[in-house]
Design a protein around this ligand. Structure first.
Ligand SMILES: [Zn+2]
Ligand SMILES: [Zn+2]
Length: 431
């Protein structure tokens, strides 16, 4: 069997199994081999393996497999971090010896910086405390942000850490701790991304995107320089190939194939440079999109965690179960539930609640705020208290303790002292 036939057989078998998995329970296929195979794969086979394991080892193999699966899914471990470092290091080990002698002094310096920075930011993002909330720093963390009475209401506690949850914090089930302004748990850095390391995470994304883009472009340039030397008629666009009458597409592609596999370095160095260049070119849009998404979240003054909460609220709004009303920024605060002073320059002026039946909350319900309840249909009809505008949001991310409001200012100073205008909440989620 040739390699092409082998690949075809593997692809066909996988497609057939996927078909069985999706359609094996369709009534139309009852009493057909597809349904029998589905039953065998989903019921018979697992039961058989279980029974065999019970018989041979007393169920120890399955038990440890389940424990291992649990550990991989729900515990902190550096598997993906090691994979990421290996991918970077092996790529550089293959690429640099082939490319280095052909680089100018400028690219040797810039290339060194581009190679070193992702390691530095990865180390800082992975080893910094993302903002663990402990009894010792709890008061300080409570003063980080005011409650917005929209996504974060005062009085909610974390049953695991036995502490009041500060606004914008989240309990991470992988790290098993509450994290200040928790964005998400990132398996690439084996750490949460929170108030303490969000800036290192953004710089890691930026430096990785810069490295893959730079490495990809440089690799393509080295390759095309070699291709031009070997195929004098070759040009970047095949219909513009030099020599007047262009170059047949087949020849043009053959030149690329030679560039990727040999590139004037002989097959060893050429394949290494070509493969890593190809990988860099293909991963650049992915890393770039991830970086763009996280910069967009900062621009919107929100986090991954909060954007999921906004998405949940959109569902409530679509059902007609979301209501808001005014909240007096100068209201008296309960010092046991809310901090009296926060470094944030603005205070909540809206309360958002969900009701079960789509009717406004009963007048005797003890809910914060004043005045009539108003139905909310769209996220943009709400304020996002945590959006101060892009530059201040960026300042908040890069200087985690930056004090936007003077501590000598009286508690809950009204809206007149806002640094900027109110900002509407933005949609940051898909769907
Ligand atoms: Zn917690
Ligand atoms: Zn975590």
């Amino acid at each position: 069997m040739g390699p092409l036939t082998t690949i075809a057989v593997i692809v066909l078998s996988i497609s057939f199994l996927v078909f069985v998995a999706f359609f094996g329970r369709l009534p139309a296929l009852r009493r057909t081999p597809v349904a029998w195979l589905h039953r065998f794969l989903w019921v018979g086979l697992p039961n058989g393996i279980n029974r065999l394991d019970d018989l041979l080892t007393g169920g120890r193999v399955i038990g440890s497999c389940l424990r291992f699966g649990n550990f991989m899914m729900y515990d902190r471990h550096p598997t993906v971090l090691i994979f990421y470092v290996l991918l970077l290091s092996v790529g550089e080990y293959l690429y640099l010896p082939a490319a280095w002698p052909r680089l100018s002094a400028f690219h040797k310096v810039a290339g060194t910086v581009a190679v070193v920075l992702p390691y530095v930011f990865l180390f800082l993002a992975a080893s910094s405390d993302p903002g663990t909330i402990t009894p010792a720093n709890h008061a300080h963390e409570m003063a980080r942000y005011p409650y917005d009475f929209t996504l974060f209401h005062p009085g909610a506690g974390c049953p695991t850490c036995r502490l009041l949850k500060p606004a914008r914090s989240k309990h991470c089930s992988v790290c098993k701790r509450c994290v200040a302004r928790c964005d998400h748990h990132c398996i690439f850095i084996n750490n949460c991304v929170g108030a303490g390391n969000h800036h290192w995470f953004l710089l890691l994304l930026l430096s990785t995107a810069a490295l893959t883009a730079y490495g990809g472009l440089l690799g393509v340039r080295l390759m095309t320089d070699a291709m031009r030397r070997r195929f004098p008629h070759w040009a970047g666009l095949w219909w513009r190939a030099r020599g007047g009458e262009g170059m047949p597409l087949g020849e043009w592609l053959a030149a690329w194939s030679w560039g990727l596999q040999d590139g004037g370095l002989g097959t060893g160095g050429g394949v290494a440079l070509g493969a890593v260049t190809l990988l860099a070119v293909m991963t650049t849009p992915l890393v770039g999109a991830l970086l763009g998404y996280h910069v967009w979240l900062v621009y919107c003054g929100t986090t991954t965690n909060e954007s999921m909460k906004w998405a949940d609220w959109q569902v409530e709004m679509d059902d007609g179960c979301a209501y808001k009303r005014r909240l007096d920024a100068r209201r008296p605060k309960d010092p046991n539930a809310e901090p009296l002073w926060t470094r944030w320059p603005v205070e909540a002026e809206q309360v958002l609640v969900r009701t079960r039946d789509g009717n406004p909350p009963a007048p005797d319900a003890e809910l914060p705020g004043q005045g009539e309840w108003e139905k909310v249909w769209r996220v943009r009809d709400l304020e996002n208290l945590y959006d101060l505008g892009f530059w201040d949001n960026l300042l908040d991310v890069f200087v985690p303790g930056y004090v936007f409001r003077d501590p000598s200012m009286p508690p809950a100073e009204p809206a007149g002292r806002r640094r900027r205008k109110k900002r509407r909440a933005r949609r940051t989620y898909l769907g």
